[in-house]
Design a protein around this ligand. Structure first.
Ligand SMILES: Cc1cc2nc3c(=O)[nH]c(=O)nc-3n(C[C@H](O)[C@H](O)[C@H](O)COP(=O)(O)OP(=O)(O)OC[C@H]3O[C@@H](n4cnc5c(N)ncnc54)[C@H](O)[C@@H]3O)c2cc1C
Length: 378
């Protein structure tokens, strides 16, 4: 189908900037750009009816790093790199909270626990030995003296089975992912940003006049500049960029009366995560067990991961309770060898802000802002 004269003139003519993707990064970038210059004609092109990647499908952990994750990272990266990423996550969470407000986010500062299985005694020993040092370094970022503390005494009150140790992080929280995205869409609308859903970009080409974006509808759009915020789907558009898709499957239970589990929980070095959502449990992850199968940008559920998550729910997290799963879904992460997002020009007028890993709630707003400023810098 061809665009009519009216459609072209009202929706696509004289575009200054097209942002591809309306996840947390694309929307934050659009808001930043519009606040920099009200006159900019910005179009956010989103292929889904809703944002359709990770931003509306995540677990809503407002986290900046568990002890095992930080120690693992310190084995592979310099101390500077690791703590500047922690700082970015911390700062990003403050930016997100300032942008939307805790009420809209449904933000709850309940803290987060890392669980250690009985057979993980050696890992726990290593972690507990590093707590004082990590606390000292993190205090310079958050201002809190004792971020991490051992809370083994909570295992029985929480009702877990096969868990020997718990490390608590007092500075982490949780939020309502749906409310976060609804709030961002609302701000974008108030700022006069045009978001078109069902608009999928399949090819980009830059020449002296600007960037031509080929849509799957068969027609093309022209813009002076483009920001690519497609995260886990980037390879389809830009095959040479190092962003690997990684699927995560998630369940949420029906309400559970007398649920004692409150807060965010990291299990199996963070590959499995769960939290309370009111009086329900949200549980997801396990992609490390079926890495090849889960290296995909296709949504979907698989029997093996569902079985693994159900098993954890019934034997370790809420053992002996009659718990029913209400809903399953999946989301797509964008990951790579480095945990730092790729925010850079790939041509004079095209910038990417992609590869958010498992921390996009924490760094999404900052990444969008940085992508926007990189785009404006030239
Ligand atoms: C199950 C799950 C749980 C998670 N839990 C947490 C958590 O608790 N805490 C945390 O900090 N992070 C978490 N994350 C990570 C976080 O959600 C992501 O890092 C973040 O949402 C990425 O935002 P984004 O805007 O970069 O990408 P996305 O939200 O994926 O947005 C990309 C958008 O681009 C659109 N798009 C793609 N290709 C095209 C195209 N060609 N044309 C038009 N549109 C296109 C997609 O439809 C999508 O809406 C989780 C992720 C998943 C999947």
């Amino acid at each position: 189908m061809k665009l009519s004269h009216w459609e072209w003139n009202s929706f696509f003519r004289d575009l200054d900037i097209v942002i591809i993707g309306s996840g947390i990064v694309g929307l934050s970038a659009a808001i930043t750009l519009k606040r920099q210059d009200k006159k900019l004609r910005i179009l956010v092109a989103e292929r889904g009816i809703l944002p359709s990647g990770a931003s509306t499908r995540n677990a809503g952990f407002a986290c900046f790093g568990s002890v095992t994750e930080l120690l693992d990272d310190l084995k592979n990266h310099s101390e500077d790199e690791v703590f500047s990423l922690v700082q970015k996550r911390w700062k990003g969470l403050q930016r997100l909270r300032a942008l939307l407000g805790d009420k809209q986010l449904g933000y709850e500062p309940l803290g987060a626990y890392e669980l250690f299985k009985t057979e993980e005694a050696a890992v726990f020993e290593e972690c507990s030995g590093q707590i004082a040092d990590l606390n000292r370094k993190i205090s310079m970022i958050t201002g809190a003296a004792k971020t991490f503390s051992i809370r083994d005494q909570h295992v029985s009150a929480l009702g877990f089975k096969g868990i020997q140790h718990l490390i608590f992080n007092q500075s982490e929280g949780q939020l309502n992912t749906g409310q976060m995205m609804a709030g961002l869409l609302e701000i974008a609308k108030m700022e006069g940003i045009q978001i078109l859903n069902g608009l999928s970009i399949q090819h980009l080409e830059e020449d002296a006049r600007g960037v031509r974006l080929q849509t799957t509808q068969g027609w093309s759009i022209d813009a002076k500049k483009v920001l690519v915020a497609t995260n886990g789907f980037t390879q389809k558009l830009l095959p040479n960029l190092q962003v690997t898709p990684a699927r995560n499957q998630v369940l949420i239970t029906k309400p559970i009366s007398g649920l004692a589990v409150k807060g965010c929980f990291h299990y199996d070095k963070g590959y499995v995560y769960f939290r309370n959502v009111g009086n329900r449990i949200l549980l997801g992850g396990g992609r490390n067990l079926f890495a090849k199968q889960e290296t995909t940008a296709d949504f979907g559920m698989t029997e093996n991961i569902q079985q693994h998550l159900k098993n954890l729910l019934h034997t370790r997290i809420l053992p002996g309770k009659n718990i029913e799963v209400e809903r399953w879904w999946s989301g797509i992460l964008g990951i790579g060898e480095s945990k730092t997002p790729i925010i850079r020009h790939i041509s004079p007028n095209v910038v990417t802000a992609v590869r958010l890993g498992g921390m996009g709630v924490a760094i999404g707003v900052l990444t969008g802002e940085e992508g926007a400023m990189t785009l404006l810098a030239h």
